[in-house]
Design a protein around this ligand. Structure first.
Ligand SMILES: C[S@@+](CC[C@H](N)C(=O)[O-])C[C@H]1O[C@@H](n2cnc3c(N)ncnc32)[C@H](O)[C@@H]1O
Ligand SMILES: Nc1nc2[nH]cc(C(=O)O)c2c(=O)[nH]1
Ligand code: SF4
Ligand SMILES: [Mg+2]
Length: 210
């Protein structure tokens, strides 16, 4: 199948348990919880998105005719060296496009695969690291994985219910918006009150990385 990719880049993972790891990011175009148009934001299920995922016009983006073409491009961004190859599939919502052929093509090239997903679609079972970030008002079907990353604060979140889900790590990430400073404090308070949860900051933003 053809994959629509907004952008692709080599950077350090800025969020979560893998923060600091060298990774190729593949940002798939499109999302099922927001059109990506500002005019639609207020009425969207997910209203706080910090990302442009519309179209295929970003650096390293484009339409890739098949899984081998996309995986070859990922390998190109990684460069020489076969050690600890790591790719993060994000978006937009990557599970609208990730399929068997892509996971296999990335594994064939020696990549450990991670996904950043809103969890409203089942994660591909072959992905090596599953990060789910639930959105209040959406129905999360993917309730297991490696890390649950809760953007905070989100009115309408049942934290006790989330704690029953089957994740190895529970992370709270401050919402980056006009109230960012207050959201950091609220997230610190959250982690201090609940030992099950660990604070994660978006390090790439403070470092000026992509
Ligand atoms: C842009 S989303 C793409 C992946 C997927 N659609 C999702 O929501 O998990 C990547 C990550 O950024 C988080 N995120 C999006 N907007 C944010 C914001 N304003 N502040 C903090 N985190 C945000 C998401 O919750 C998710 O964990
Ligand atoms: N450096 C960096 N780390 C990230 N972790 C998750 C990101 C995302 O947008 O999914 C992201 C991103 O866009 N850049
Ligand atoms: S689900 Fe993810 S990509 Fe979609 S609008 Fe929300 S944060 Fe952005
Ligand atoms: Mg991001």
């Amino acid at each position: 199948m053809t994959y629509s990719v907004k952008e692709m880049f080599l950077t350090l993972q800025g969020e979560g348990v893998n923060a600091g790891a060298r990774a190729v990011f593949v940002r798939f175009a499109g999302c099922n919880l927001w059109s990506g148009r500002e005019a639609d934001r207020a009425a969207a299920v997910c209203k706080f998105c910090d990302t442009d995922f519309v179209g295929t016009d970003g650096l390293g983006g484009g339409k890739f005719a098949d899984a081998d073409a996309l995986a070859d491009a990922v390998e190109g961004f990684w460069g020489e060296g076969s050690e600890r190859r790591f790719v993060v599939l994000t978006g937009g919502e990557p599970m609208l496009q990730v399929d068997d052929a892509l996971v296999e093509a990335l594994h064939t090239r020696g990549f450990r695969t991670a996904i950043e997903s809103n969890g409203t679609l089942p994660a591909h079972p072959g992905i090596d690291w599953v990060c789910i970030s639930p959105k209040a008002g959406s129905e999360v079907v993917q309730r297991s994985g490696d890390e649950l990353k809760l953007v905070w604060p989100q009115a309408g979140t049942d934290v006790a219910a989330l704690e029953q889900w089957d994740f190895a790590h529970f992370l709270v990430q401050p919402m980056d918006d006009a109230n960012a400073a207050a959201n950091v404090q609220a997230s610190v308070d959250f982690a201090m009150a609940r030992p099950k949860w660990r604070l994660t900051l978006q390090a790439h933003k403070s470092l000026g990385l992509r």
